[in-house]
Design a protein. Sequence first.
Length: 244
Amino acid sequence: MWKYLRSEFLKLRKSTIWLLVFVSPLLSMLIGFGEANFTSDIKEYQWVSTLGVMTIGHSILFLPLLTGVFSSFICRYEHSSGGWKQLLSLPVSRRNVYIGKFLMVSLLIALTQILFVAGLLFIGWMKGFSTGIPWEVILPSVIGGWLACLPLIALQLFASVSWSSFAAPLAINVIFTIPNILIVNSERFGPYYPWAQPFLMMMPDSTDSFGALHVSFETLFIVVLGSLLLFFCSGFMYFMRKEI
């Protein structure tokens, strides 16, 4: 597995996909930097309020879209010039190939989240936030957002493996991501909509619930875990039986 992950890294090393890792953190940082002026009067909530402002665009639009872009890109080489046949003719199992691609996309999203935190810390340093860094709020938010992306990664990888077209999985992802703006405000559909779960998991809240809907952590965890198992197992079984 480690050798295969290393080969995937070598394929992506000289590609432009690494630039996409910086897009959402940079845009979120610019938004948070501008809005920080309006939250500086409430000193004890400077970090949390800035985190909330940065989270909105990052988790509603960019994170779900990036799962699709990364998943499509990581299967791009195999779909061209008989790449799947060449790859699977090597001494590597299909199981390791599928799991390896899933892990690579997960690592790219994790790197995006790390840069998101770096942007938040940069804002706090530039603005001179007087209170200590509330890691007990920031870490659950960032890690929760990453966990909520795992079902989307599994679903998008399933679609990217199934279709040789680079644009088709992306188009479907965009179609289901755009309604996020409305669905995240729905108490009925929001907690169960995969594309809304990164926002619900990342949005900081002062209670034991998550996001504006006050959805319990237990509910979101069960939904995220259940959809992850469903999407990953479906894609994995399809890939294991797929004729190359």
